[in-house]
Design a protein around this ligand. Structure first.
Ligand SMILES: [Ca+2]
Ligand SMILES: [Ca+2]
Ligand SMILES: [Ca+2]
Ligand SMILES: [Ca+2]
Length: 291
């Protein structure tokens, strides 16, 4: 016991002392976003006075910060890439969006405009969805109401731009064998009084064949990828639109694929998710825009 006590007291700093993601505090919690470098602060205090005590506040210098999707100690709203820990290589274009969130790491100006890890247990403020969605266990769960229903969820985009990346991660809970198509889609939508354009990127299973499909409304492309509806696999997908070109990439546990198609170059107003003929659990939705 004495040895253990000595070891414990010998590692980590006291309140006011330095700390980092790999060097925790011996007293209090580490404020990783302190401008002068990580600093040990009182666990029950409230550095930024936002009502969230330091021990549950992962953004100690701005309002909010109670959720940390990737568990790297940086809250979702103050993390340069809320879906992955800080990369070994510094942000090369200096726009404060880190890889793998930065769709164009050599061009400055990207901004994370939408992120939700579905940890609040409710539809995020300002978003819209059909009735088939529930929010539980840090996931947005969609259970389509019928084999033909396309269930959607969408978030508004703040910038008028045709440079956008939409990323999501999901698992497949159940495939409805009565549906003629099973589908998971990442979407970008241009909704105007004159009509709606949807650009979609995702998984499709028709007659037992799995494909990655990108569909822009004026053009579509596909790539055959194995095992896109495997309940044991984790899926990550990215839809990237650059001017008049849309690229779709999917990564599964045992395969990956990509395809691209032409778009009419519109500015997208919403980013979203959709599912058809399958119960899907989404882990997050991320959108990055560049003016
Ligand atoms: Ca606080
Ligand atoms: Ca805070
Ligand atoms: Ca984080
Ligand atoms: Ca960057």
């Amino acid at each position: 016991m004495t040895v253990l006590a000595l070891v414990l007291s010998g590692c980590g700093a006291d309140l006011g002392g330095p700390c980092s993601a790999t060097e925790p505090c011996s007293e209090g919690v580490c404020d990783l976003t302190n401008p002068g470098g990580g600093e040990c602060v009182d666990a029950d205090g409230d550095e930024d006075g936002d009502g969230i005590p330091n021990k549950r506040d992962f953004c100690q210098h701005e309002m909010g910060g109670e959720y940390d999707e990737d568990l790297d100690g940086l809250g979702d709203i103050c993390d340069a890439c809320p879906i992955a820990p800080p990369p070994a290589q510094a942000d090369s274009d200096g726009d404060e969006v880190d890889s793998p969130c930065d769709p164009d790491p050599s061009t400055k100006g990207d901004r994370i405009v939408v992120f939700d890890g579905f940890n609040s247990g409710a539809l995020p403020m300002g978003w819209k969805s059909t009735m088939a969605w529930t929010f539980q266990g840090g996931e947005a769960v969609v259970t389509p109401g019928s084999p033909t229903a396309v269930e959607t969820l969408s978030a508004p985009l703040p910038l008028v731009s045709s440079h956008i990346a939409v990323l999501a991660r999901w698992r497949v809970d159940r495939v409805d064998t009565a549906a003629t198509e099973n589908a998971v889609r990442i979407t970008a939508i241009d909704q105007r009084p004159a009509g709606t354009t949807t650009i979609a990127c995702g998984s499709s299973r028709v007659a037992g064949t799995d494909r990655l499909v990108v569909d822009t409304g004026i053009s579509s492309a596909q790539d055959t990828v194995d095992g896109l509806f495997d309940p044991a696999s984790l899926y990550r997908g990215a839809l990237k639109i650059d001017g008049a070109q849309a690229q779709c990439a999917l990564i599964a546990d045992r395969d990956a694929g990509a395809a691209q198609a032409m778009t009419s170059g519109e500015n997208m107003t919403q980013a979203g998710l959709a599912a058809k003929g399958a119960t899907i659990r989404f882990g997050y939705l991320l959108a990055v825009q560049r003016p």
